[in-house]
Design a protein around this ligand. Structure first.
Ligand code: AHG
Ligand code: MN
Ligand code: MN
Length: 297
């Protein structure tokens, strides 16, 4: 069954379906752009990170497409300094986008992705108010994973760019994979204790440098991903709006959990679009453990 039929079979709101299909179509465009350039753009984003030409290109594809279709009112992306408001929009949706996640891996041909969250209105909202979250993973296959709060579903792109259902109502299994970002020498005490427990329990290390790729593996095989707060960088690295919230929504919907180490990330109300947060995302058992360690301090 293709994505369009799946959305209509599930009685998805037609306006939301149109928006999800917009991102699916543009995922194909982004994928086809990977032959363009693997170079750096020579510019930096608001996080001080060097932008790749493809970061900016993917950002332009999505923003220009949304301006043309007027499917949303608000757009916030990892590559833009502020919220873009569309004149005369057809809908009131707000979207948050990480156009290319894992972009430091582009020049070595490892899997990267696009992450999207959809709100009924403003993007400065709690993650739990998202009405849909999705990601597209560009690996040996291009896959699309999404939720509208009615299960998590996987699709694979065919040679024509159409997405076909491969897994419905995914529930994350128990598993022993851990994907820890940052350097061990900078770990804070509760985090160090947590990682030590996982290692003693036989968790296998799997950290690629692409949040989408690592989370997709954890969704299907169990375990947990973290980019923790560290010494001198207590907020960690990942962005609440563009990375933590959409992925957190998907993993929670699949029976897992997401936390900043103390509380559910989806209940944080951001005041700025570039809000940074430590993140722990994965099985309820693992996230419960780090919450306990951190809240004991
Ligand atoms: P982005 O490419 O959107 O800037 O995101 C990179 C993120 C995430 O994908 C990954 O988990 C993490 O940064 C890797 O960071 P390190 O290079 O510090 O390991
Ligand atoms: Mn990212
Ligand atoms: Mn990015």
């Amino acid at each position: 069954m293709n994505l369009k039929d799946f959305l209509s079979r599930n009685n998805t709101d037609p306006k939301l379906s149109e928006l999800i299909l917009f991102f699916a179509e543009n995922g194909q465009t982004i994928k086809s752009g990977f032959l363009k350039s693997q170079n750096k753009a020579g510019t930096h984003n608001i996080y001080g990170e060097e932008q790749m030409a493809l970061d900016k290109w993917a950002d332009d594809v999505l923003i220009n497409g949304l301006k043309k279709t007027r499917l949303v009112r608000y757009i916030a992306t990892e590559e833009q300094p502020g919220i873009i408001e569309i004149d005369n929009p057809k809908n009131q949706f707000g979207v948050v986008i990480d156009p290319l996640d894992g972009s430091s891996l582009i020049d070595v041909n490892l899997a990267v992705g696009t992450i999207i969250g959809i709100y009924p209105g403003t993007v400065l909202d709690m993650g739990k108010n998202m009405i849909a979250a999705m990601y597209i993973l560009y690996g040996p296959l291009t896959t699309l994973t999404f939720t509208t709060g009615n299960g998590v579903h996987d699709f694979v792109m065919d040679e024509k760019g159409d997405f076909h259902l491969t897994a419905e109502n995914i529930k994350m299994p128990d598993g022993k994979i851990y994907a820890p970002g940052a350097l061990r020498k900078d770990y804070l005490p509760a985090h160090a204790r947590f990682i030590e427990i996982l290692e003693k329990d036989g968790y296998k290390l799997r950290f690629s440098g692409s949040f989408v790729a690592d989370m997709h593996q954890i969704l299907h095989k169990g375990g947990m991903f973290t980019y923790p707060g560290i010494k001198g960088k207590e907020k960690g690295k990942l962005r609440l709006l563009f990375e933590a919230n959409p992925m957190g929504k998907i993993i929670t919907e699949a029976g897992g959990a997401v936390s900043n180490g103390k509380i559910d990330i989806l209940s944080i109300k951001p005041d700025v679009i570039d809000y940074i947060t430590p993140i722990y995302a994965g099985g309820k058992k693992e996230i419960g453990l780090i919450n306990r360690y951190m809240n004991e301090i």
